[in-house]
Design a protein around this ligand. Structure first.
Ligand SMILES: C[S@@+](CC[C@H](N)C(=O)[O-])C[C@H]1O[C@@H](n2cnc3c(N)ncnc32)[C@H](O)[C@@H]1O
Length: 229
């Protein structure tokens, strides 16, 4: 028990140190102050994603749940000057308006497509107690172009009552993935996300690895042979 606790604390400490180093590197992409909170992705996981987009030349990135990650990904895409499509989905219209203002202020709106999709029950939900993004809106807005990076960090899934609310993401996007892809699910320390990854493995055959030291994410990928972190 004590050893398990020591191991847990050590991992937490190592990730904290990696996050500090990652934040330093991320300043090269977007140097303005940004409000990192408990809702934000770990800087280390964000660095992993930005490295992966760059090294594996991703072409279509889809994000569920906007925030700091959206700003960095859009900034990277602007810097890369390559043809990368980035679409982000959020259920909260007010949150998206805050995002839009910030993106506009930094000339980033041309590099990300903001999709507002309110939550409602849909066929992809685990049962009728859950809600996901209105899929009729996604049917219209998600581009008909294979997705080679899917980042699942929404809708909110912290409370037990909505712990499997991210499950529909793969049910909806699985058939739209490119042959070479990476799927990242944030918050790998939570029971709901671990269960979601297990369900995705059983139902869609994607094998997720819990990557605590890469920023507390679960990652499944096909192809993309290079080391990114
Ligand atoms: C886990 S957050 C997404 C975070 C985002 N991917 C990032 O790395 O910053 C999931 C949802 O919570 C909302 N959200 C984002 N940042 C928030 C904050 N600081 N406080 C409360 N809600 C937030 C947004 O509606 C978002 O879709």
């Amino acid at each position: 028990m004590i050893n398990a606790l020591k191991k847990f604390i050590l991992k937490d400490l190592v990730l904290e140190i990696k996050d500090i180093r990652s934040l330093e590197l991320l300043k090269n992409i977007h140097s303005e102050y940004l409000p990192w909170t408990g809702a934000s992705i770990h800087p280390t996981a964000l660095l992993y994603m930005l490295n992966d987009i760059t090294i594996h030349q991703r072409k279509h990135v889809v994000e569920c749940g906007s925030g700091i990650s959206t700003i960095y990904i859009a900034s990277l895409i602007r810097n890369l000057k390559k043809d990368v499509t980035f679409q982000t989905i959020d259920h909260n219209e007010h949150w998206l308006s805050i995002m839009r203002d910030h993106l506009e202020e930094h000339d980033l709106l041309d590099h990300v497509d903001l999709i507002h999709a309110p939550l409602k029950y849909c066929q992809h939900c685990k049962d009728d107690t859950y809600e996901w993004y209105d899929s009729s809106i996604l049917d219209e807005r998600i581009l008909d172009k294979p997705i080679d990076m899917l980042f699942v960090d929404g809708p909110p899934a912290k409370k037990r009552s909505c712990d499997l609310s991210r499950y529909p993401a793969l049910s909806y996007f699985h058939s739209k993935l490119d042959e070479e892809y990476i799927v990242l699910l944030d918050d790998s320390c939570r029971k709901g996300e671990l269960k979601t990854a297990k369900l995705w493995k059983d139902e869609f055959g994607l094998s997720f690895k819990q990557e605590i030291l890469k920023g507390d994410v679960l990652i499944a990928k096909n192809g993309g042979p290079y080391t990114v972190l």
